[in-house]
Design a protein around this ligand. Structure first.
Ligand code: APR
Ligand code: ZN
Length: 376
């Protein structure tokens, strides 16, 4: 329990071409209230790409990845609710659990959160590089590592029947998409919906919209291939992005959708989102743009039409409540999350996976680990 572990992990050191290097790192044992997880699957997410393409600043060297599922391998003192062998999904937003927001059911609004700065709740890290320097797990997860150490409350137990690759996505893209629909927009049966961007997050939104009974469900993307996949996930219509988009949505919905989601993180598509909804509709920002970019929105039109813009951070998720709900819906065959995974890879393929994402080719690549050392 007290020994350090040698782990292979994908590390970003600010390379201008956004390359990661697989390095051997040292991982401290779990401290009080922490657990060590043998990672079995790590999703390659758009947020990681924002970082390695220099759009968001993080402490470096950075252990990349934040969508993880695996098996609890060791527990620190004071951990009551988890035991070695438990299958878990990791939450990357590690709220303080004590403030008014956390106890009021809005942990995503916690102002004392440190995971956004790649720090465990006590402000430290458990990783060290070969020279002994501290390495920082992105979003306090660092999923692209054979093992990770996280606070116990960030490791949510999941039914063993959920495959690790699907479970990893519940920790971010699938969870965010589900939460954006169920929590942020509270979509009702029969509401019309449009989703701009049919990548990992957009496709998760589409499958959650189908579960919520939205109709029609219009997918928008620049890629015809992504639109075809969106149809398979439950979209009733696909529209190519471009000049006639608002008119196309208006035609399919009789004057604009009840609810629209932006799932790319582009300022241009975000500011056009209110044009896709009808008066009284909701526009939900799920995609995250580069730091420091501003939107231009027609204030008079927005007020006059009584439209609502909703910012969605982590889908308004309460992980301990929502991860099991999502897993149950998956196991009941109601959420086709397998369809989100278009490629499975090893840690050594990580740069190829990001290149494929930059080319807009895959919905999700999931990195699989062999799980040596599992106590199963
Ligand atoms: N119009 C419509 N679709 C577009 C456009 C555009 N102008 N540009 C890109 N797209 C599509 C891509 O073809 C792709 O299908 O948007 C999708 C983006 O998906 P991914 O690259 O897979 O990104 P994802 O992981 O889904 O993340 C999207 O959500 O959580 C945030 O940080 C994340 O900002 C990122 C966003
Ligand atoms: Zn993510």
């Amino acid at each position: 329990m007290t020994e350090q572990l040698q782990v292979r992990a994908a590390v970003y050191r600010g390379d201008p071409d956004g390359r990661l290097a697989v390095e051997q790192l040292r991982l401290d044992p779990p401290a009080h209230g922490e657990v060590r997880i043998r990672v079995r699957a790590a999703g390659v997410c758009g947020s990681d790409r924002h970082v390695i393409d220099g759009e968001w600043q993080v402490p470096m060297p950075a252990v990349m990845g934040h969508e993880a599922a695996g098996v609890v391998e060791a527990i620190g003192q004071g951990v009551r609710d988890l035991a070695p062998g438990d299958h878990v999904i990791v939450a990357w937003h590690q709220a303080c659990q004590r403030c008014a927001e956390c106890t009021g059911g809005k942990p995503w609004a916690c102002t004392r959160v440190r995971s956004n700065d790649s720090q465990l709740p006590d402000g430290t890290t458990r990783w060290h590089d070969a020279d002994g320097a501290e390495a920082w797990p992105y979003l306090a997860v660092g999923a692209m590592s054979e093992c990770i150490v996280v606070p116990d409350f960030a490791a949510i137990k999941v039914d063993d029947r959920v495959p690790f690759d699907v479970a990893s996505l519940i920790g971010c893209s699938a969870g965010t998409g589900f939460g954006a629909v169920a929590n942020n927009a509270a979509v009702q049966p029969g509401e019309s919906a449009v989703v701009v961007g049919a990548g990992g997050v957009g496709m998760s939104i589409i499958s959650a919209l189908r579960l919520a009974g939205a109709n029609p469900i219009i997918a928008v993307d620049v890629s015809g291939e992504k639109l075809a996949e969106a149809r398979r996930a439950g979209a009733t219509h696909g529209l190519l992005a471009g000049a006639g988009l608002a008119a196309g949505v208006a035609e399919l919905t009789g004057g604009g959708a009840n609810v629209a989601f932006e799932a790319i993180g582009r300022v241009q598509t975000m500011q056009e989102l209110p044009d896709l909804i009808r008066p009284g509709g909701r526009a939900v920002f799920v995609g995250l743009p580069p730091e420091g970019q501003e939107l231009r929105i027609d204030g008079l039109q927005l007020a006059y039409d009584g439209k609502t813009i909703i910012g969605s951070n982590y889908g308004g998720l309460v992980p301990a409540r929502d991860f099991p709900r999502i897993a149950d819906a998956y196991l009941a065959g109601e959420l086709p999350l397998d369809g989100l995974i278009s490629a499975r890879a090893t840690l050594d393929d990580v740069n190829d996976a990001f290149d494929a994402m930059r080319r807009g080719e895959r919905t999700r690549t999931v990195i699989l680990f062999d799980g040596d050392g599992d106590e199963e």
